[in-house]
Design a protein around this ligand. Sequence first.
Ligand code: ADP
Ligand code: MG
Length: 313
Amino acid sequence: MLNSPEILGLGEIVVDWVAQIPHFPKPDEKIDSFHQEIFGGGVTANFLVATTRLGVFSGFIGAVGQDENGEFLIKDLKNEGVDTKYTYKKGDLKTPVNFIIVASNSGEKIIIQSPYMQYSLSIKDLDNDYIASSKLLHTTAIYHELTEEAIKIAKKNNVKISLDLESQIAVRGWNKLKKIIQNVDVLLPNKEGAMSITKTNSPKEAASFLTKKGIPLVIITLGSQGALISTENFQKVISSYNINKVIDTTGAGDTFIGAFSVAYWIKGWDLVKACKYANAAAGIKIGKLGARTGMPTHKEILAFLEERNENLF
Ligand SMILES: Nc1ncnc2c1ncn2[C@@H]1O[C@H](COP(=O)(O)OP(=O)(O)O)[C@@H](O)[C@H]1O
Ligand SMILES: [Mg+2]
């Protein structure tokens, strides 16, 4: 194994409490769940697990609380082969727990996010050399000032910068976020995040807005519709794969971005091929309960593509 991770993630890690229920209940309704599970989660940590499953050494910059949940999360990352050298244990907060409820009639979910997502991480928690020796820095901008600083270090050292913009972060608004967004090499929001930050009504309009602002590559994930690639020269939708039984879409975006990052930034494949590979990875993921459970290996993606007569290679 390499000494230093090729891909770094700066952002959040949480415990996911997952219940699978037959349908969403009404207020005051009591309902029995089919499954009750506890998984490692958090979009940035999920993204990193997706990359290590595909054979890339990755590291997590972030924090957990000094409690049992924090221990569980660090152990889980280590089991996946994620480097935790800069995964801090901070005493200021409880480790966040998110409640995820998945309806088995549709595979749709609701997520109730913890109020303890951000620790008192500061600029001194960033190791210049750790970032400088990686190839890709991926973040969600949950830590605003820290993200700005990490981007500066990455830029100075020719490390590529990748941003996933969730709608809860996008509500900070364009003016507050533009310094971060306009410095990335690729922006990969889902359609909700993309429309929220641009105040537009469709992913295509959002993509055009972002491309005109000078972001060289924008990829908006469109759930069951696949992903929209947008650059200065073209816009193209890469369709997702038809999945017979959608169990849980939690972590679909993180899996897509993880597989895309490995294919495009590490293996150097072209954009369309990388997005097809990412659609396949996310398509496999949604067949299992839990954000990370179904994240595939490269071999599993190859088998999935072969079954669909998709010849990427
Ligand atoms: N119902 C589905 N069928 C097939 N692929 C899906 C489905 N839902 C999601 N995906 C895949 O997962 C990717 C990310 O999903 P999306 O919902 O856009 O992201 P997020 O999980 O961040 O909200 C999509 O681009 C697609 O590849
Ligand atoms: Mg997402």
